[in-house]
Design a protein around this ligand. Structure first.
Ligand code: GRF
Length: 194
């Protein structure tokens, strides 16, 4: 695989709304020598998102937009991304659905992680629904973002076994652990062809 030392790394923004554990794992990954990305910015719609504290510690620029006016905020974000030469967006627990216009402007450069084996269980409450349907497996998916929710091209998936004793909570915990491994792997996969 091609090595991406220092300044050759792809400038990346991570969008979060909450805990930001995927954001954390992406930052750790980005700091490894051969990682193709360097995380320059975190965007959040939630001023109380825990992940913002981690960004502060790591001296990563933080931008908060309330999304009360979606078009206005998206344009502000797009300008900021352009000004800072951001080439990749990783959505990680970002609870706002981006507009078609935004996605078009960043076409092929937005990734998302979803806690199910897509195309199964798009949207919210994935773990509850998988357990309710007596699925034997669930998992997580990294995919490109398209204008249709949770429907863009799949990059990588990881299966997680559901046992009889699993609850939505225990399953979420197991899946999240795999998410932290899958997102960096998926990014490496995308950049392996560069
Ligand atoms: C993850 O399960 C992710 O797949 C989903 O939201 C959760 C975010 O967790 N979209 P975190 O904020 O990264 O801890």
């Amino acid at each position: 695989m091609i090595k991406f030392p220092g300044s050759n790394k792809f400038k990346t923004a991570v969008f979060i709304s909450g805990k930001g554990s995927n954001f954390k794992s992406l930052v750790k990954f980005s700091l490894t020598r051969n990682s193709p990305i360097s995380i320059k910015l975190v965007v959040s719609n939630n001023i109380n998102a825990k992940g913002l504290w981690f960004a502060k510690q790591k001296k990563i620029e933080r931008k908060i937009y309330k999304f009360e006016n979606k078009i206005k905020n998206e344009n502000q974000i797009l300008n900021h991304l352009k000004k800072n030469k951001i080439k990749l967006i990783c959505l990680a627990g970002f609870m706002i659905i981006l507009s078609k216009n935004f996605i078009k402007k960043f076409k092929g450069k937005i990734l998302n992680i979803h806690p199910s084996l897509l195309p199964k269980y798009k949207g919210l409450n994935t773990h509850e629904r998988a357990i309710h349907n007596n699925e034997k497996f669930s998992g997580c998916t990294v995919h490109f973002v398209s204008s249709k929710l949770d429907s863009g091209k799949i990059v990588l998936q990881k299966r997680v076994r559901i046992y009889k004793y699993d609850t939505a909570k225990t399953l979420a915990k197991k899946v999240l652990k795999q998410e932290h491994l899958l997102y960096p792997k998926a990014i490496n996969k995308i950049f392996a062809n560069f």
